[in-house]
Design a protein around this ligand. Structure first.
Ligand code: F6R
Length: 607
């Protein structure tokens, strides 16, 4: 949530700050702002709405300065508006903030009681007031920030700029990511290394509680006890080109099409196809006594976890519990010693999932994390890191990260099954063979893009849409509905096909398209029976199945989509493609903002 960039530069920095924000826009895009410090003190420009509005403002009223901070916002406290947009300036300090200051109310009340006047509804403004008060008391900026940080509860990444010190930038992090970049006589701050990719490849990731004092040519990092610390300086290896759309109209479309490649890349780290073995970076001995797996995640990553539950139970015969992260901690889950807690996250920074991870650690669980951002908090805090190799995912709706998560989770299930003595050599070889087939099968599904686009006019006018599936296709139905909701704003629900008759079937009429995911396999007949119950009540069915499935059940449907025949193990990876593409084409037909849907942000770093 919210992206921040700071530059202590050698020339004009406004354009470079905006370019950094452009790469962070996925974190929030309801307003943006920039503040520079030059010979005349602070120059601030802010604008409600997308970054383009700030760019227009800057074109009309250029801002000059060699040091600056910038912010792209996803509103938490205070509606999206220019006055709530960051940076917030009070006296001689300007602040940008990602996160939430949980004790901002008592802080604000105390500051107002002293006669201080607030101009915004944000929690961030208290930080600016607290630091300004210290400066007014005669403390230099570093001492002022040092005095204020312990007063802030909650989660934050901050960048602070000072009117009278154009050679100074201060950053701090607690529970929200912040990266320091090193340049030739320059220094940078960014919410992630990608924001800094065109500025520098040399970065350090701050640890929780760290704060950093940047001066030209000198960067000093201190920990929460104010002790100087060194954090590894690494090459990010990221290039700005990774976040270009190429020839695609939207990032989401590009990322959907990248899936065969990135799933293959991911599988390469987890399979030894020639030996017919799965090969996770965990010795089997570490897994053989795992008797329970607790899966926790949010949104699309949660649905990947739901698919994984089927695989873990079937192959490894291990008990699996699964919950959304925002509920997990609050229901006092019973976590037995020796359990494996598995966290799934594209960003590795989702606040609810991270808090759940820390809770599970405190309860003595071994922590495994399936994460796409290898430098993220979850990646660093896990005992067992299982990275997905999807590359940066920019479209707010998750696509390629999801299928890469599925690939890793399938390999994990097989690995756990082997470690627990539940998988013969032959069965393991078979799983490896089928997983290795997934990228080609996904490619074949992508070739159906024009046929899927042709289905969009059947769905776009609807007010409500239902998705049905059974077994591992049930979470895929949930995922299909989520994709459609978030980018086309059509109300959609996913149901376990057999559950329809217990209530939701009352929703059926000719205005509600029902999308049925039914690959041939052991659950096909039962799914089709549920589909016929819908059709008997006038429901308009779009059936997504393979040739055999359509031959058996395609007659009388509103439309059908013929998928390649796949083994049931990899069907969720392959059927992800049509549900993603259908949501995409419906959103395009409706003219919504596919990559930056309303009200959303990619990285949800607030609880
Ligand atoms: C949906 C989507 C979200 C995320 C969720 C978790 O398309 O992207 O539902 O899956 O916010 O995010 P991560 O995986 O970063 O923890």
């Amino acid at each position: 949530m919210c992206g921040i960039v700071g530059i202590l530069g050698r020339g004009e920095v406004a354009a470079r700050l905006v370019a950094g924000l452009r790469r962070l826009e996925y974190r929030g895009y309801d307003s943006a702002g920039i503040c520079l410090v030059g010979s005349d003190g602070f120059v601030r420009r802010r604008a409600e709405g997308k970054l383009a509005n700030l760019e227009a403002r800057l074109a009309a009223e250029p801002a000059h300065g060699a040091s600056g901070i910038a912010h792209t916002r996803w509103a938490t406290h205070g509606r999206p508006s220019e006055v709530n947009a960051h940076p917030h300036i009070v006296g001689d300090v300007a602040v940008v903030h990602n996160g939430i200051i949980e004790n901002f109310r008592p802080l604000r009340e105390a500051l107002e009681a002293e006669g201080r006047v607030f101009t915004s509804e944000t929690d961030t403004e208290v930080i600016a007031h607290l630091v300004a008060r210290e400066l007014e008391r005669g403390h230099p900026p570093v001492a002022a920030v040092q005095a204020v940080l312990p007063q802030l509860h909650g989660a934050f990444a901050l960048a602070l700029l000072f009117r009278n010190e154009p050679d100074l930038l201060i950053g701090a992090r607690l529970g929200a990511p912040l990266t320091v970049g090193f340049g030739d006589g320059e220094a940078y701050l960014g919410s992630d290394a990608l924001a800094l990719a065109d500025l520098t490849q040399e970065v350090s990731y701050l640890e929780d509680g760290d704060w950093v004092i940047l001066r030209r040519g000198a960067v000093e990092i201190r920990d929460r006890e104010n002790r100087p610390v060194t954090r590894p300086r690494i090459r990010s290896g990221l290039s700005g080109a990774l976040v270009e759309k190429g020839n695609y109209r939207h990032f989401m479309l590009k990322e959907i099409h990248e899936q065969p490649l990135v799933v293959a890349q991911t599988l390469q780290s987890y399979l030894k196809p020639l030996d017919g073995q799965v090969a996770l970076p965990i010795p089997d001995a570490r897994l053989e006594n795992v008797g329970r797996v607790t899966i926790v995640a949010c949104g699309t990553s949660f649905y990947a976890g739901m698919v994984a539950r089927y695989w873990l139970e079937r192959f490894a015969r291990v008990a699996v519990d699964i919950d959304v992260a925002s509920e997990f901690r609050y229901r006092e889950p019973v976590l037995e010693p020796g359990g494996l807690a598995l966290f799934i996250s594209q960003s590795g920074e989702t606040a609810d999932t991270l808090a759940a991870l820390r809770h599970a650690r405190a309860e003595g669980q071994t922590i495994a994390a399936v994460v796409n951002v290898p430098t993220s908090s979850m990646a660093r805090e896990a005992d067992i890191l299982l990275p997905t190799h999807a590359g940066p995912e920019i479209g707010v709706a998750s696509t390629k990260a999801f299928t890469c998560q599925l690939a890793v989770l399938a390999a994990l299930a097989a690995n756990l099954a082997r470690a627990r003595g539940r998988l013969s050599r032959e069965e393991e070889r078979e799983i490896v063979t089928h997983l290795a087939e997934a990228p080609a099968a996904m490619n074949a599904a992508l070739a159906l893009d024009p046929a899927i686009a042709a289905l969009a006019p059947l769905v776009a006018p609807a007010r409500d849409v239902l998705y049905l599936g059974r077994g591992p296709d049930y979470p895929m139905a949930l995922e299909g509905a989520l994709k459609l909701k978030e980018i086309s704003y059509i109300h959609a629900e996913g149901y376990a096909a057999g559950e329809m008759k217990h209530g939701p079937i009352a929703l059926i009429d000719e205005a509600v398209p029902v999308i049925v995911l039914a690959p041939s396999g052991p659950l096909f007949e039962k799914t089709v029976s549920n589909m016929q119950e819908v059709r008997a009540r006038g429901g308009k069915v779009i059936l997504i199945s393979d040739r055999e499935g359509l031959a058996a059940a395609g007659d009388g449907c509103l439309a059908t989509l013929e998928m390649p025949r796949t083994h049931p193990l990899i069907a969720p990876l392959v059927y992800a493609v049509p549900v993603q593409l259908l949501a995409y084409h419906v959103a395009v037909a409706k003219g919504t903002d596919v990559d930056q849907p309303r009200n959303l942000a990619k990285s949800v770093t607030v609880e």
